[in-house]
Design a protein around this ligand. Structure first.
Ligand code: NAD
Length: 489
């Protein structure tokens, strides 16, 4: 690797880095193919050991005072900021992340930890009236136990933190299995930071595995009674496999999945603002974010003018090596992603779609691509399967109500957006979107640590921010009765 420092590459279990072994796999730079690290290839034994460590650490972690946990999260936030340059470099060489997005992830991560540091002080229950004379009923939230997390490679660093911090802030201990595409920036760097901050041994654990060898570790998670919830961020395809296992083993799940994320641009919208929002929303991280805009519905009378402005912006995006200054479009993560984007583009063009801009690919660097006049039988426009790359479809509409109906004709329900000069009208349409997130006059793609991210329908369930208390705690009813009891017999 071109950059000091060397990152830790072995499992982190019960406060210890496991010894180096020959059982490793190559972690490669998606742009150059260069091997950046040899990562431990774990399996069932490591998964079991990590779950056992988290289980043993749970009672003490759950019993810590809010102030004790708060000081640990605040330390971790400071260390994360101190390691900004390491993290940004790592995300570039491991996940093809351009500097602006990587730097944003570091700031967002520190912000998340500072917010989560106070969640231990949130009210954690209710007093309820009882129909039994002299009875007081208390409902109190308590942590679940061990939460097992699957982290993705795309927003690797921030989504890694989201997977650790939300359950831990509410008193759970965690075991993380990072994506094999980014094991360092989606889990192991986090372990370095939490270790330095002084989090207790076993409260967080990370186990890594070779490509397509996730199942043995997943088995360890699903088959352990200590694991009370699976916190999964990834594709709906994998979620269906894991969901079937959760059905068999009766595990709770949080699912943060993909989206199709339409944008509707009404005739009264500010065209420059709309072009800015679409250019960012569609091509941020080269279209590899769950909330990227995949399809834009634009009022016919402004369609051509909007497309001209959008294409001008998109043409100015610099693509290439994410370490190079000014580059905002890095490589796609792997050859499968390149092939999927190429196939979807080729299908659209072969059926008569018009290429507005882009379309070429150099190695894994795919130029941001805009298609217009796309026939309805083309996969890229149908919304039944997200295209995880920089491919945007723009379609003209005559009737805004029909556009709203068409935009929702998708199994996904993550994010949506409406651009309009009339905020009240935008709000009215927004209320009728069946998505977890909807923005009026903003891109579909947005991230703030305090706001609840999450989807409906095939985009999953569960929410981030402090709303995650619903996902990572359960309630217990306790009653105290101060008068003699009256029983039916
Ligand atoms: P993926 O589903 O391929 O992999 C996710 C995780 O599941 C990885 O850790 C992987 O190792 C593991 N996995 C894969 N197959 C498995 C199996 N058979 N058994 C056990 N584990 C298995 O997804 P990805 O390519 O890493 O991430 C991209 C996807 O994630 C996209 O669909 C994107 O929209 C979604 N995503 C959603 C959010 C959100 O917050 N809603 C955020 C980021 C990414």
């Amino acid at each position: 690797m071109t950059h000091a420092p060397a990152f830790r590459t072995t499992h982190f279990i019960n406060g210890q880095w496991s010894p180096e072994s020959d059982n490793t796999f190559d972690d490669c730079n998606p742009l150059t193919g260069e091997v950046i690290a040899s990562i431990a290839a774990g399996g069932r034994a490591e998964g079991d050991a990590a779950v056992a460590a988290a289980h043993a650490a749970f009672p003490a972690w759950a019993a810590m005072t809010p102030g004790e946990r708060q000081s640990l999260f605040l330390k971790a936030a400071d260390i994360t900021e101190r390691r900004h340059d390491d993290a940004v470099h790592l995300m570039a060489v491991e996940a093809g992340t351009a500097r602006a997005f990587a730097s944003f992830q570091v700031r967002l991560s520190a912000n998340l930890m500072r917010q989560a540091a106070s969640w231990g002080y949130l009210p954690y229950g209710d007093l309820l009236k009882s129909d039994t004379p002299g009875r007081m009923a208390m409902v109190a939230r308590k942590p679940l136990g061990v939460v097992a997390g699957f982290t993705p490679w795309n927003g690797a660093f921030y989504l890694g933190w989201r997977t650790f911090v939300l359950p831990m802030a509410f008193g759970n201990t965690v075991v993380i299995k990072p994506s094999e595409e980014a094991p360092l920036s989606a889990g192991l760097l986090h372990a370095e930071i939490l270790e330095e901050a002084g989090f207790p041994a076993g409260s967080f654990n990370v186990v890594t595995h070779a490509p397509r060898q996730a199942e043995p570790i997943a088995d360890a998670f699903f088959e352990s009674r200590a694991v009370r919830s699976i916190n999964f961020t990834g594709s709906d395809k994998t979620a269906r496999i894991l969901g079937a296992r959760a059905g068999q083993t009766l595990k709770r799940m949080v699912l943060e999945l993909g989206g199709f994320n339409p944008m509707i641009i009404l005739a009264d919208a500010d065209l420059d603002e709309a072009a800015k929002a679409v250019n960012f929303g569609a091509f941020f991280h080269q279209g590899q974010i769950c909330m990227n805009t995949r399809k834009v519905y634009v009022a016919r009378e402004i369609h051509d003018a909007f497309l001209d402005r959008l294409a001008a912006r998109t043409n100015s995006l610099k693509a290439g090596d994410p370490l190079e200054a000014g580059v905002v479009i890095g490589p796609l993560i792997n050859d499968r992603a390149v092939a999927q984007t190429k196939e979807r583009l080729a299908e659209a063009l072969s059926k008569g779609a018009r290429l507005v801009t882009g379309g070429s690919c150099d190695g894994r660097v795919f130029q941001p691509t805009i298609l217009a006049n796309v026939p309805q039988d083309v996969l890229a426009t149908q919304g039944c399967d997200e295209t995880f790359g920089p491919l945007l479809v723009v379609e003209a509409f005559d009737d805004p109500e029909q556009a709203l109906a068409d935009a929702q004709d998708t199994p996904y329900g993550l994010s949506a957006a409406i651009m309009t000069g009339n905020a009240a009208r935008g709000l009215d349409m927004a209320q009728r979107f069946d998505t977890g997130i909807v923005h009026v006059n903003g891109a579909t793609m947005a991230g703030e640590a305090s706001l609840p991210n999450g989807g409906v329908k095939d985009s999953g369930w569960g929410r981030s921010g402090h709303y995650a208390v619903e996902d990572f705690t359960e309630i217990r009813l306790t009653t105290v009765t101060s008068k003699p009891g009256h029983y039916p017999f």
